[in-house]
Design a protein around this ligand. Structure first.
Ligand code: E4P
Length: 216
């Protein structure tokens, strides 16, 4: 399973990229707004740290506008994947961009039907937002299971990028189901590494080693 960081913060990206487990980065307009920087500058700076797909989202909702932004983003760096929202113009844009060799990430996907359309349109990645489904008392992980089944049935090449992850259990369950990628906030990656028994075990081994380390 590939791990992406869902943040536009450079300090966080540097810190977790050093762990050697970060395969890409996803951003969205809200994450960029939190950083108060230009999108172009931030995407280029992220590309200097992580050598993998970096999602940059279009703001336009009309087709010509979406395509204009997408082509501009794609020029910034070879690893830019253009995030396009799931709607009529988004679908059209994904098909056109595919023919131009521009990678896309179809975002804001909340149903199996939308996922099927994204794959048929030729999206490189598709982002089901599981946390936001859980937030409204729906079952986000059930959507991932449905998508894995549907894509396997037809051999679609579109990769499932599980998004809107809220906690480590989301990552583990998505991995069990066989989703391709999980994009997570740094806090979730941080929680994946920790376990109190690991800390206790290290401490115990170090204490015991102190008792014998000087023996010949
Ligand atoms: C994915 O690419 C999105 O940026 C993100 O996962 C949305 O998560 P949220 O629902 O926590 O805003």
């Amino acid at each position: 399973m590939d791990f992406y960081l869902d943040t536009a913060n450079l300090d966080e990206i540097k810190k977790y990229a050093a762990w050697g487990v970060v395969d890409g980065v996803t951003t969205n307009p809200s994450l960029i707004a939190k950083e108060k920087v230009s999108l172009e500058k931030r995407i280029k700076d992220i590309a200097k740290i992580v050598n993998g797909p970096i999602s940059s989202e279009v703001i336009a909702t009309d087709l010509p506008g979406m395509l204009k932004e997408a082509r501009r983003y794609a020029h910034w760096h070879k690893n830019v994947y253009v995030k396009v929202p799931m709607n009529e113009n988004g679908l059209k844009a994904v098909g056109i961009l595919k023919k131009e060799g521009i990678h896309t990430n179809m975002t804001l996907v909340f149903s199996g039907g939308q996922a099927l359309l994204a794959a048929k349109a030729g999206a490189t990645l598709v982002s089901p937002f599981i946390g936001r489904l859980d937030d409204i008392s729906e079952d986000g992980m059930a959507l991932i299971a449905e998508m894995v089944e549907i894509y396997a049935n037809y051999g679609y090449e579109t990769k499932i990028l599980v998004a809107s992850i809220r906690h480590p259990r989301h990552v583990i369950e998505a991995a069990r189901i066989g989703a391709d990628i999980a994009t997570m906030p740094p806090a979730v990656l941080e929680k994946l590494i920790g376990h109190p028994l690991t800390d206790k075990g290290i401490s115990l081994f170090r204490d015991d080693w102190e008792k014998v380390k000087n023996l010949q």
